[in-house]
Design a protein around this ligand. Sequence first.
Ligand code: FES
Length: 106
Amino acid sequence: PIVIFELPDGTQRKVTAGSGTVLMQAAVSNGVDGIVAECGGNASCATCHVYVDERHGELVGPPNDVEDEMLDFTAAERRPTSRLSCQVQVSDALDGLVVHIPEEQV
Ligand code: FES
């Protein structure tokens, strides 16, 4: 599937994400700015924070419990559509997904 990362300045980066991987990996392996992912995907750093586009909130679903707690430690404000991109599993259903990268991660 193709996923779109929108940077704080409105620039969009379209990348191909592998099914069965996580969103954070797609960002990091394609050099998308603004996803720091300090902990490498363990839901313990909150530097891979994204805002799922309002239109896709239901598709992506809510965070799990560990992620939910970690989302209280994001550098940028937490919003109802906040997710840690390392906890979002990529599947074909997410083709065309848009996520917004926050202004700051650390
Ligand atoms: Fe650290 Fe996602 S990479 S919480």
